[in-house]
Ligand binder design. Structure first.
Ligand code: SF4
Length: 694
């Protein structure tokens, strides 16, 4: 009844979907979550929420929740006790590692866990299970931003804040459709009455909802963004719209850089990008003449085989104009998942905890002292990144896999290769809040986990703001918080007393993480859980990093990089004549593990679709709502509804990646950035056929 949905209490927490990190209040009645509303006092969202956030309470009691450990017996996933599940898992991992070496185990985490859980998991995997082959699914979305920051500044860490978007004179968004993917950030660029007038420029091959908000939309050809960025640098230098003092005092490599971009004349860049010389010049002049300019980007940049260096090219623009380390001025990666930042900082991906480097002896010694272990137990080099773990499984080098809160059978590029990996390993563990998922159906063991709303800890959002996530309801059935699962595994491995002395709750993990992060760039030591909760989130590093112009490189200076614009691998040809671009929609989250459980969202967007330009549709004699098949050299996705629209340019098609039934990753190319190892989800060659009538 309506009455039963009136909450008895509201629990303050943080949204568990995207990295915007909105503060919310979760309404509880009779130990059930019955409502959500935006926290009006939270500085990120000021009370607003997007459709996913507004319906997030529905996922907690959804029918698809995983409620019991399941072990495959005689080919069938069968309910077992937690003791049997974890005993079997540890026994199988030990046996496999004894036969094939410690690195024969691969562990893939997520950006969905709490920082306290990443920190605990990192120690468990590196020191307890002793495999170097661990990574986050964040390599599928943010690894290029991490690598690009390291190339330019010497360390990861987004330099700016959301507040910069409100202070900037010019906002340049490259490959960032925030209206669908980070909707609450749109309020920061919206120029309502009484707000500061500023220019919004959007670079995107599609006329996205964000492009529709722009003063200037630049519909670049796919993967020509590097040429545009270099072309802007060329005009800035030619017109003297650069900050010579900043370049002189805080950067290396300007002369070579100026020489390199001299070839990127507007005429040359227009040919590569498909833009007009006027559009290119106008953009450069707007950016260069702004007192403060902000560049934001997301997956349009990161999801590329040149993602890391594209980020470095963006950083070049900020550095030569001094648009960094000041209010309103920053290059800024808008992260994907709610706690992708936490997994980067707490040491589960490409760094040791606290952005420490594997190859830095002082970093390893400092960590060993805090952990009270011999330094030789800390790896001196990173193991395999996520895509390489999958490839090693296909090659028979990885024999056991443990996936935590991620669904690669929908999210990983080149599904056939992924399926081969899942089928190849001797033991596959899937730990998730939901079952079945496309991945858990392959598992030998399914561990049911508690999710957002059921456990306690912190998330860190895109602007480095740490917010508290609080439990409001108990997990269903026998599902348990990931933190408890990790400690139970450590106990069975005989390392609990050594790695987690007297730990009983995630708060113990947080207190140790505060000590580990103290004095580091991502310093949590001055923020207690209580202070974070009371303040509705606190930012490490303040609003802007690098205010003093000193960077964490060997000589304190940032590095300008010469970034060539390489063509992408699979160009369209006579057989596969379209370029496929994949992306998202505001109503769904990633592989729909959660949002498929929410009727409200499914009713709005129940199925995938394919967007095609009217000229191409006329050539192929296709009509609106025809059923079509997308085919590449790797496979085909059938029965998509055709949307004929000028949103996509001729020669390009677009489909959302969320839907398991029409999995776009059956057709995508398994091609990766050589530096970040991030996949190129955005460009592959396909052809479009009418789906035969059944
Ligand atoms: Fe949650 Fe992101 Fe929506 Fe905010 S914008 S409510 S964080 S999904």
């Amino acid at each position: 009844t309506a009455t039963s949905r009136i909450p008895e209490k509201w629990v303050k927490t943080t949204c568990g979907y995207c990295s915007v990190g909105c503060g919310m209040l979760l309404g509880v009645r009779d130990h059930k979550a019955v409502a959500v509303r935006g926290n009006p006092d939270h500085p990120v969202n000021r009370g607003k929420l997007c459709p996913k956030g507004l319906s997030e309470h529905h996922i907690l009691a959804a029918p698809g929740r995983a409620k019991q450990p399941l072990l495959r017996k005689n080919g069938v996933l069968t309910s077992v006790s937690w003791d049997e599940a974890l005993d079997t898992m540890v026994e199988r991992f030990r046996d496999i590692q004894k036969r094939h070496g410690n690195d024969s185990l691969g562990v893939v985490g997520t950006g969905q866990l709490l920082t306290e859980e990443f920190y605990t998991l990192g120690k468990l995997v590196q020191l307890g299970l002793r495999t170097r082959n661990h990574d986050g699914n964040t390599t599928l979305c943010m690894a290029s931003a991490v690598s690009g920051y390291k190339l330019s500044f010497g360390s990861d860490g987004p330099p700016g804040s959301y507040a910069d978007m409100e202070s900037a004179d010019v906002i340049l968004l490259i490959g960032a459709n925030i209206a669908d993917n980070h909707p609450i950030l749109c309020h920061r660029v919206d120029r309502g009455p009484g707000t500061k007038p500023r220019r919004l420029i959007v670079v995107d091959p599609r006329v996205t909802k964000t492009a529709m908000m722009a003063d200037l939309h630049l519909p670049v050809k796919p993967r020509s963004d590097i040429a545009l960025i270099n072309g802007i640098a060329h005009i800035l230098i030619r017109e003297g719209l650069i900050n010579y003092d900043y370049i002189e005092q805080h950067t290396n490599g300007f002369e070579e850089f100026a020489n390199f971009v001299s070839a990127f004349t507007p005429t040359h860049v227009a040919l590569i990008t498909g833009l007009t010389e006027t559009q290119i010049t106008e953009t450069a002049l707007l950016y260069g003449r702004a007192k403060s300019a902000f560049i934001g980007w997301t997956m349009g940049v990161n999801h590329s085989t040149q993602g890391a260096v594209t980020v470095a090219a963006i950083n070049n623009l900020a550095l030569i104009t001094g648009n960094i380390g000041r209010t309103g001025a920053a290059p800024f990666s808008i992260t994907g998942q709610c706690n992708a930042m936490g997994t980067r900082e707490a040491g589960f991906t490409s760094s040791l905890p606290g952005y420490r480097k594997f190859d830095n002896p002082q970093d390893r010694e400092a960590l060993a002292r805090i952990w009270n272990i011999p330094v030789d137990r800390i790896p001196t080099a990173r193991g395999l990144a996520y895509p390489d773990i999958i490839e090693a499984a296909v090659q028979g080098k990885i024999k056991a896999l443990w996936f935590i809160a991620t669904n690669p059978a929908v999210s990983f590029p080149n599904y056939k290769l992924l399926e081969q990996a899942l089928r190849s390993v001797e033991f596959l563990v899937v730990q998730d809040g939901f079952h079945p998922t496309s991945t858990s159906e392959f598992a030998h063991l399914v561990l049911p986990a508690a999710i957002w709303g059921e456990k306690e800890g912190t998330y860190t959002n895109s602007e480095r703001r740490i917010s508290k996530a609080n439990p409001a309801v108990p997990p269903p059935g026998e599902a348990r918080p990931d933190f408890d699962i990790f400690l139970d595994i450590a106990d069975r491995l005989g390392v609990k007393a050594e790695l987690y002395p007297n730990w009983t709750s995630p708060h113990d993990a947080y207190q140790e993480w505060q000590r580990v992060s103290a004095g580091r760039m991502c310093d949590y030591s001055n923020f207690s859980w209580q202070q974070i909760d009371d303040a509705n989130g606190l930012q490490w590093g303040g609003e802007s990093l690098y205010r003093d112009g000193i960077f964490p490189t060997t000589d304190g200076r940032a590095i300008l990089h010469n970034v060539p614009c390489d063509p992408f691998k699979e160009q369209p040809d006579a057989e596969f004549s379209f370029i496929l671009n994949t992306g998202r929609t505001v109503e769904h989250w990633h592989t729909r593990t959660k949002t498929a459980e929410v009727d409200l969202l499914n009713n709005m967007v129940p199925n995938a679709w394919l967007e095609m330009n009217p000229l191409d549709a006329a050539n192929l004699e296709l009509k609106p709502h025809d059923r079509v098949t997308v085919r590449s050299r790797r496979g085909a996705v059938a029965d998509l509804e055709l949307r004929i629209t000028g949103i996509v340019a001729p020669g390009q098609v677009f489909m959302p990646f969320h839907f398991a039934e029409t999995n776009s990753n059956i057709v995508t190319l398994g091609d990766f950035d050589p530096i970040s190892r991030e996949p190129n989800f955005k460009q592959c060659a396909v052809r479009i056929e009418r789906t035969p009538m059944r």
